[in-house]
Ligand binder design. Structure first.
Ligand code: 13P
Ligand code: SF4
Length: 330
């Protein structure tokens, strides 16, 4: 079957918007009515004119749209879960708070901020404590806002994002479980020990290799990369910010090496673009979604069976929404 042709036909017939993140396989990405980074997708999908949203991405992205726009029906061709988001649940969140409490930091002195790459339940736990959600494109502004409370920021789940923005703001950060508890106590930003296994593939040695080979090369990376990588880079940004910088601000002849997911880097430019890794840094869960899955999801809308619908309980949705909306207010 020609899935592409069938998807295009069904899209016209049905009341549906297809949303796709930049890390999707090319053939799936091309089917997207809305594409963007996590922040843009959340904003634009919740305002889409259709009842049905098919989200080609990972679980937390579909969940965020459902939380923000409960009247929409959100379906995912694959309920693929971001590996970083799976590193934290509400129990781990509470256990980490307990560690801080035992170290003499009470909950009243903590403002939690969760990266959008987390479950709705974790977002709700953060929302209940007066905290915020942030994404890679607005983390600086959200952390700055959070610091105005005079409290310590408890940043979950990505330790790299927390450490990288702390460095950018010249603040002290430490990671629970990795750093000495005295360092944790003395920090402005206390990080949970989570990370993205895909972005951990990029190393400072990879940067040295490219700089030696092409002395004028620009290094552009995502803030989920390790601190040592980010410190050596020329540009750091979310997926959308990386695309804008590389395709609109750099001279087409300027060589650039990029530290983020393979599918996105591969479609950036025809030439002068390299991937900052000796292995292919594909996000396994983002890559699970196929054209056939997308086709099957459209068919389920046509039949009324609505396969892989995202459901978020009312209590979780209520507080997760509060944390997400606080982000939009900033
Ligand atoms: P962006 O918000 O930059 O699109 O990042 C999402 C993500 O999962 C990166 O690994
Ligand atoms: Fe999650 Fe990393 Fe994949 Fe992004 S690249 S969706 S953080 S596992």
């Amino acid at each position: 079957m020609n899935f592409k042709k069938e998807i295009l036909r069904l899209k016209k017939e049905l009341d549906v918007t297809i949303v796709a993140h930049f890390y999707q396989k090319d053939e799936v990405f091309e089917m997207g009515d809305i594409t963007g980074d996590s922040l843009e997708l959340a904003k634009r999908a919740m305002n889409a004119p259709t009842k049905n949203i098919i989200f080609c991405g990972v679980g937390f992205m579909g969940e965020s749209v459902k939380v923000l726009s409960p009247s929409k029906r959100v379906l995912m061709p694959r309920i693929a879960c971001c590996a970083m988001a799976r590193m934290i649940d509400v129990e781990y969140f509470d256990t980490n708070l307990k560690i801080l409490n035992e170290a003499g930091i009470s909950n009243d002195d903590i403002l939690p901020i969760t990266y959008i790459n987390s479950s709705a339940a974790v977002k709700a736990a953060v929302g209940k404590m007066g905290g915020y959600v942030c994404t890679s494109s607005n983390a600086f502004a959200i952390i700055k806002k959070g610091l105005k409370s005079g409290k310590k920021i408890f940043f979950v789940p990505d330790r790299c994002l927390g450490q990288n923005f702390a460095n950018q703001m010249e603040l002290k950060s430490a990671v629970i479980g990795l750093d000495d508890i005295e360092d944790v106590k003395a920090s402005d930003i206390i990080c949970y020990n989570g990370f993205c296994s895909v972005h951990q593939l990029f190393t400072p040695e990879d940067i040295d290799f490219y700089r030696e080979k092409y002395p004028d090369i620009i290094v552009a990376v995502h803030p989920e990369c390790d601190v040592k990588v980010v410190q050596k880079a020329d540009f750091v940004g979310s997926t959308s910010q990386l695309i804008k910088y590389i395709t609109q601000e750099l001279d087409p002849e300027q060589k650039v090496v990029v530290g983020t997911e393979y599918n996105m880097v591969n479609r950036l430019r025809d030439k002068n673009t390299y991937i900052l890794s000796q292995t292919k840094p594909e996000c396994p869960t983002m890559n699970e979604t196929s054209l056939e899955d997308l086709y099957n999801t459209l068919i389920s809308i046509q039949k009324g069976t609505y396969d892989n619908e995202i459901i978020v309980s009312e209590d979780v949705a209520k507080y997760a929404k509060i944390a997400l909306e606080r982000m939009f207010e900033v």
